[in-house]
Ligand binder design. Sequence first.
Ligand SMILES: CC/C=C\C/C=C\CCCC/C=C/C(=O)SCCNC(=O)CCNC(=O)[C@H](O)C(C)(C)COP(=O)(O)OP(=O)(O)OC[C@H]1O[C@@H](n2cnc3c(N)ncnc32)[C@H](O)[C@@H]1OP(=O)(O)O
Length: 302
Amino acid sequence: MALTAVLRLPARALLRPWALLRGVALGRTEAAAGIRNGARRFGSQHVLVEPAAAAGVAVMKLRNPPVNSLSLELLTELVISLEKLENDKVFRGVILTSDCPSVFSSGLDLRELCGRNPARYAEFWKAVQEMWLRFYLSNLVLVAAINGACPAGGCLLSLTCDYRVLADNPKYLMGLNETLLGIVAPFWFKDSIMNTIGHRATEQALQLGSLLPPAEALQVGMVDQVVPEDQLLSTALSVMAKWLAVPDHARQLTKSMIRQATADRLLKQRDADIQNFVSFISKDAIQKSLQTYLEKLKQKKG
Ligand SMILES: CC/C=C\C/C=C\CCCC/C=C/C(=O)SCCNC(=O)CCNC(=O)[C@H](O)C(C)(C)COP(=O)(O)OP(=O)(O)OC[C@H]1O[C@@H](n2cnc3c(N)ncnc32)[C@H](O)[C@@H]1OP(=O)(O)O
């Protein structure tokens, strides 16, 4: 960033050096535009973060076109973006949404699960764990504004949030569909959904790999609200206002009291979970089934 551009920045940006780094990552024009509008706006290649109209709230948008598949890069950038917001005392809540049309996130990037070497699988799985742990235990209020399809890892990401609002569109299917790919959702995926929809509903949803349309997702408790698409963000902001009306320290300790035990189950066996994943995903039969699934997805268009 040129010195003249730095000098034009408001003092508060200079007090936060990472805000300048974000500007570099965004490119000078976009960063400058954000600041000119009086709003600090930052991002990385795959995650865009901008302050919402409400004080203390940021909107975090996934932008890994075409379908926001959770690659190693996107997972890493999500964690870094959340950490930056947590360290910036201005922010108390985050609305998580998608910048890609009609897909919130297509889940883990299937290309990360096929044809890689064990070291890369291990690195990728560590990043999936990290994303889940950091979002699940975040001190901030997280509201998911789900503006598209939300299968598998996309659903997991939304389940880390404190509240989920889903746009009412029959194409926006949501759920943990791993069994349909011939793979098994790990215990912490299962814990996330079971803590949300309960034991019996999980028995069905997880074994069947159900992808639910909005009305059913609402009925089972996978989401808290279904609203017309054009009201998604305003609803998420209203929900956020209600959550932010509670004193942070009391809400944060309560959240931790409810969630820490679930996170600890993974924290106690992170390495074993990585080894399990690597040996499971490396099996020929699993690789075959994933490749067939990926090919079917690609052929869908033809
Ligand atoms: C004992 C057990 C121990 C350990 C357990 C170990 C391992 C197992 C755990 C693994 C957990 C896995 C979790 C996951 O998240 S797996 C991913 C599952 N995701 C899906 O099933 C969704 C697949 N995608 C879709 O259904 C559709 O793409 C979607 C999201 C509805 C959007 O539809 P549409 O807009 O029509 O877009 P296209 O289908 O045409 O897709 C465009 C383009 O993107 C490619 N693509 C789609 N999804 C993915 C993906 N997840 N990863 C990578 N690429 C994806 C698709 O193939 C198209 O590519 P093209 O090249 O043809 O343009």
